[in-house]
Design a protein around this ligand. Structure first.
Ligand SMILES: [Mg+2]
Length: 357
């Protein structure tokens, strides 16, 4: 049986802003053994190409963009519905600033800000094939009264209001919960019609929208990760994308007199992400010329991670073999992993010691 590996990044290959030396050795050994692998993370907010380039540099290895499965990468097939000149626009949530390798969370570093207002989230959406991705900050620039509690960014440009928003995709942590919750609720109440949100002459026709009426069909809403908190150098945890979702669910339900917010989840531990990762591993196997029979040849997939709730639960629930490392979130206590090891190099020892073709 062939084998394939998915490495988590934070807490497995990188800790804080530091690359673990075991990670460099582990990736090199896997490459020497010609074992197909991907890097599977609940982080994102950048393009796969940019992330691969940065990780190639810090891991001193050749990592391809096709080996990167970021939280939003499995959303790429959704672009088929929004890819031509007549398509609706999509709202992309996430930092409008460049995010570089340690930045699976937003960085406050000035060096990561885009001088041109170019957004890595938007670049990722364009690379997937979305024809008209727009950012929440661009909507705010177009109509500052939407969230009149701070000045809009000078680096973003206004957008046309002619095109409806057809879907909302959260690629990364919200940079401004208030702005994003307000805009999402506005779009939900108007069926994605920004003109009805911002133009005063629509006031009479939208008056009822101030109450609890919403269109019968809710706009599609997608979240790329469900993690509630994350850790940085501070003693207490920071809110992650899942925490914003809880807040949004609460205000939406209050605004609509109890209507539940409908959404679709991506990221670990969800099946759609593991299915996508398996396809990416299989594609890497083909590119390594391991076999032309990859689609029918059974494969044992290994998931290496530091988070029992996402990495280990995801691997176990999707028929993979889970390996938990102690270099990240997990420190001690009960766990459901098939193997518990000190670090990623020991995880690779376990995998390479298994019989495989
Ligand atoms: Mg991790």
């Amino acid at each position: 049986m062939r084998i394939g590996i998915a490495f988590d990044i934070d807490g497995v290959l990188i800790r804080g802003k530091r690359v673990l030396p075991q990670a460099i050795r582990a990736i090199r050994r896997v490459q020497d053994a010609r074992v197909p692998f991907v890097l599977l993370t609940n982080g994102g907010g950048t393009t796969e190409a940019a992330k691969a380039k940065e990780l190639s540099r810090v891991l001193d290895s050749d990592i391809r963009a096709s080996q990167m499965v970021l939280a939003h990468t499995p959303m790429a097939p959704l672009a088929a519905n929004y890819s031509n000149v007549n398509s609706n626009a999509v709202l992309i949530l996430g930092s409008p600033f460049l995010c570089i390798f340690t930045c699976t969370r937003p960085s406050s570093s000035k060096r990561n800000e885009s001088k041109s207002g170019k957004s890595e989230c938007k670049d990722a959406a364009l690379a997937y094939g979305f024809k008209y991705p727009v950012l929440a900050e661009e909507i705010l620039v177009t109509c500052p009264e939407i969230w009149p509690f701070r000045a809009p960014s000078k680096s973003c440009q206004p957008i046309s209001l002619d095109r409806k928003i057809g879907a909302i995709l959260s690629f990364h942590d919200s940079q401004d919960w208030g702005r994003d919750a307000q805009i999402i609720c506005d779009l939900m109440r108007t069926g994605g019609d920004l003109r009805r949100v911002v133009e005063p002459h629509h006031r009479d026709r939208t008056r009822h929208l101030h109450q609890h009426h919403t269109p019968p069909e809710q706009l599609p809403l997608y979240f790329s990760a469900g993690d509630f908190v994350w850790s940085n150098n501070l003693p207490l945890t920071r809110f992650a994308q899942g925490a914003f979702r809880y807040a949004l669910e609460t205000v939406y339900s209050r605004l609509t007199h109890g209507k539940p917010l409908e959404y679709t989840m991506y990221g670990k531990p969800h099946k759609v992400t593991y299915d996508y990762a398996q396809s990416a591993i299989d594609a890497h196997a083909v590119s390594l010329s391991l076999s032309h029979e990859v689609p029918i040849m059974p494969c044992k997939y290994f998931g290496i991670g530091d988070n029992p709730e996402s990495d280990i639960a995801g691997a176990n629930n999707n028929g993979w073999t889970s390996i938990l490392v102690k270099t990240g979130v997990y420190e001690s206590g009960p766990h459901e992993a098939k193997y518990l090891v000190a670090d990623v190099e020991e995880a690779v020892d376990v995998i390479l010691s298994q019989p495989h073709d």
